[in-house]
Unconditional design. Sequence first.
Lengths: 262, 333
Amino acid sequence: MSAMGAGGAADPVGAAAVDAGVAVAWLRAFAAHVAARRDELTELDAAIGDADHGVNMDRGLQAVLGKLPDGAATGASGSTAAEGGRIAAAALGPLFRTVGMTLVSTVGGAAGPLYGTFFLELGRATGERTELNTAEWAAAVTAAVAGVQARGKAEPGDKTMVDALLPAASALRDAAASGASLAEAAEAAASAAERGMRATTPLVACKGRASYLGERSAGHQDPGATSSWMLLETAAAAIAGGHAADVSGGGGSEAAGGTGAE
Amino acid sequence: MKKLINRPEDVVREELAGIALVHAGRLVVHTDPHWIARADAPVQGKVGIVSGGGSGHEPLHGGFVGRGMLDAACPGEVFTSPTPDQMLAATQAVDGGAGVLHIVKNYTGDVMNFEMAADLARDEGLVVEQVVIDDDVAVKDSLYTAGRRGVGATVLAEKICGAAAEQGRPLAEVAGLCRAVNERSRSMGVALTSCTVPMNGKPTFELGDDEMEVGVGIHGEPGRERRPLTSAHEIVEVLAGAVVDDLPFVSGDRVLAFVNGMGGTPLMELYVVYGELHRFLDQRGVAIARNLVGSYATSLDMAGCSITLLKLDDELTRLWDAPVDTPGLRWGA
């Protein structure tokens, strides 16, 4: 993908900056992706957790859709151009904070505070800004991932969300440093998250309910790392400007935990 | 699945509506978000005590709200942690100016949600302490796991801390007692059948008619091993043996012996287990100074029980004996 474009979210070669319009498209795509693969996430969790990750994330993201600027809970990208312009001019911090608080109060389990913290920290990092370039986006995502790591006290290799999120943040920073476009950086982050997600399969879980299984947790892909890959994959799709919900491909059909638990 | 419910997704809401009707005047049940408080909260000058966790463990925690025990409880969805907005609302409401203690069972979700709630409460100037209960010896406590699970000792900690708070003791002291109860308690459970979560509609795990899960958790988590079902005598040898060896409890100790039903086991069988436990401890010179027998920290419809021992001293014994007036535990009141 080349970096010639510089337009808004609708530009076919990708957004030049993350603004609220891109963010809303991202959140809709993430909600749609989780809803479509809800049962798959729950099955991954059933293998080594407590079989509620898909159901809990879907409930929370449907609540998020209800809080997005045009209020549509359909997940469709059907807002008018006028609405799109109004949304795009909005500050990012309050939007991400609303998403974070909604997830914290509706998801439950461990995923609620972890994804809630991701968006609360993203909101803290973006504040009153209305658009972020590649380096700024990389810095904001890095801060959000650090928040998740602090909340869950997980280290790389513990078989958790962190195993997908940390490589993604690192890839974003590397891409920004090498002068890549925003779309290229977001794509690199999604690829890194996918590799990280797949690499959780042989790991023995050290956090969450899956940790009680010890060696028996190996051989299952972690459900939290899987939903985190979906988060980065849909971000890349929204930044690329396409219809972000079309992100079949990665994912996993065998299992894993670290998110569940009361 | 055979359950006395309407729709699975309505169980918690409808349960809370029932609790509000049954205990009107004693408890106040709040909706949006869900939390249960004693009717006279906040009690000025008293440390507030808040606990909570997934639903399906009744009477834990809502049934222990009342004078001499909890000021508030936050029920989550079935076997799913409650959320920080519930805990924050409850904490604000029961703060009588002496600070608030959160008693948290050691599950990843519960711990994270309560930590977020404490952060939010402190942002608003409230003084909050948290104690995590982790008494289940069935699972390994190491750097490589989420640590031991919180089970039966939670009931004992809520009772003893509630009594201390009622006496007007300061937050640091009430929290210290909570840690002491946790450090001096050990538990282990056994399942004879699985539980069935209403939303899932089928048993959480498969267990043959002639099998039992030794070391099961209160959400149907796997334990130490699956074994052929045996007699109450032999089951107590296994459970109490693991509990006694872990602390360890030794000759000359005085204990509170708690035989807890998992929800689907008749009291008749719990008395049989208690008799076996009494014999087991007597042989080792451990004296049962206080006891509690019944279904207090349940796992929906699971058949089975857990054994919790708490090593008593004079102070813990006095606090256990102090009056309590809740739907689930009531004496001296």
